[in-house]
Design a protein around this ligand. Structure first.
Ligand code: CAO
Length: 416
């Protein structure tokens, strides 16, 4: 076996980002992922935010690599017949349609289980089954608002803010991938498939669990010591937006470096780790703070934390973010330059590790994508270009036992 998921066949009924991120990862690890798309149109992201006229958009290519594409109108009797055959010989069906769409197509969980008792049906929905919003269609930012991310992100004097990170979409896809692998493992033992469901709201909340921690602390003591509002500001009865605060037991903030006036990313993130206080003082030339009772302990520093950050910014004034980190790393201080996407795209380490991968696409040529963030000692993840719409339709139909003549007729009737 050259790839761990080789031999696992996945019907990929996903679109946009949440589902495709999941199935793409399973394809990287060796699964045969057959992306089922509507003839003529395909996944809406093929044509959204295009940078080259008539060519699949990066939105699509960066979420659908290593897959095969089958066009299929599953609302026609012939299309349903093809899907039925596929279900009978596949291991997993993944979908992130709007609520009820798969049922309306005639493929309820009960029916799929009848066709293939070993089948794992994995779904992404905005809200979980039985939730009072279960009928809602959901996109990324809707989920961030429903999952507690937006109310706790941003600055206290500003509105709720969504994150650029796809907490609702790709994050939900990653949760789904874990669910699918768990169900596959369970099937190895029991022989039975099962339904795996992940909601975007739940997945966002899972990443916001420290904010639920904070709500309970706030309810008990009335303040949150690691938030910038403490000790000089006021707390209401809900977790406030914490700006760039560390969020854990180590205070931190985004600090200006040389050039911040013109470069929007000339900043570093600086963390004041409790036991690193002495090295921090040495690094920024404030040795006198090391044994000063007014600064020695985290508690003593609390009410002057922004003055301390101000002093560090003074020290940073004549250093670029990279120079600053090069000094601070010698003192073992947790920090990072705030990197722009341009810097990330050209980062030699990210290129070398395959986290930024250059991929060849039949029509667009070379493009960059984010490769596997998971590294294995026995698996080299190879990222291939995404498929063109319907590129593998004939090949897949042949494998399902359709003759050339039948395939031609299906094309003619626009079933595929
Ligand atoms: N052949 C025939 N019909 C097809 C088809 C195919 N190959 N593929 C999809 N369809 C049909 C569906 O059956 C559905 O038909 P009905 O509504 O008539 O039953 C129809 O296409 C629309 O599907 P949809 O509801 O999924 O699409 P939408 O564009 O209206 O909504 C989205 C998109 C993302 C809001 C919705 O799919 C959703 O809420 N999904 C769950 C949450 C989710 O994953 N959101 C994240 C998306 S990433 O930001």
């Amino acid at each position: 076996m050259s790839k761990p998921l080789e031999g696992i066949k996945i019907i990929d009924f996903t679109h946009v980002q949440a589902g495709p991120a999941c199935t793409q990862m399973l394809a990287w690890f060796g699964a045969d992922v057959i992306k089922v798309e509507r003839p003529g149109a395909g996944d809406v992201t093929r044509s959204q935010l295009r940078d080259i006229p008539g060519v699949d958009a990066l939105y699509f290519t960066m979420l659908n690599s290593n897959k095969r594409s089958l066009t299929l109108d599953t609302k026609t009797p012939e299309g349903k017949d093809i899907l039925t055959r596929l279900i009978k010989e596949s291991d997993v069906l993944v979908e992130n349609f709007g609520p009820g769409a798969l049922d309306r197509m005639g493929f309820t969980w009960e029916h799929i289980r009848e066709l293939n008792p070993g089948m794992i049906v994995a779904s992404v929905k905005g809200f979980s089954e039985g939730h009072h919003y279960e009928d809602l269609k959901v996109y990324e930012n809707v989920a961030q608002c429903a999952g507690g991310a937006a109310s706790t992100t941003g600055f206290d004097d500003g509105p709720p803010t969504v994150s650029a990170a796809a907490l609702g979409d790709s994050n939900t896809g990653m949760h789904l991938a874990i669910g699918i692998l768990t169900a596959l493992r369970s099937r190895d033992v029991t022989g039975r498939g099962q339904k795996v469901a992940v909601s975007m709201q739940d997945s966002v909340l899972n990443l916001c669990r420290v904010k639920l921690r904070d709500q309970q602390r706030l309810d008990r003591v009335g303040y949150l010591e690691e938030y910038p509002q403490y000790p000089h500001g006021k707390f209401s009865d809900v977790v406030p937006r914490g700006g760039n605060a560390g969020g854990g037991g180590q205070p931190g903030w985004v600090l200006k470096c040389k050039g911040w006036e013109t470069d929007p990313n000339a900043y570093i993130y600086f963390t004041i780790q409790g036991h690193a206080w002495a090295p921090i003082c040495r690094a920024i030339g404030k040795e006198e703070w090391i044994d000063d009772p007014a600064y020695m302990t985290a508690q003593a520093r609390q009410d002057k934390i922004f003055d301390i950050f101000g002093t560090i910014e003074e020290w940073l004034k004549d250093k670029t973010k990279f120079e600053a980190v090069d000094v601070l790393r010698k003192y073992d201080i947790p920090c990072s330059p705030v990197l722009s996407m341009k810097e990330i795209a050209n980062d030699p380490s990210l290129r070398a590790s395959g986290t930024i991968a250059e991929v060849e696409h039949k029509e667009r040529g070379k493009y960059l994508t984010v490769g596997s963030p998971i590294k294995f000692s026995d698996l080299k993840v190879e990222i291939k270009g995404s498929p063109l719409l319907g590129e593998h339709t004939d090949e897949i139909l042949e494998q399902l036992g359709y003759s050339q003549h039948q395939i031609a007729a299906l094309h003619e009737q626009r079933v595929v």
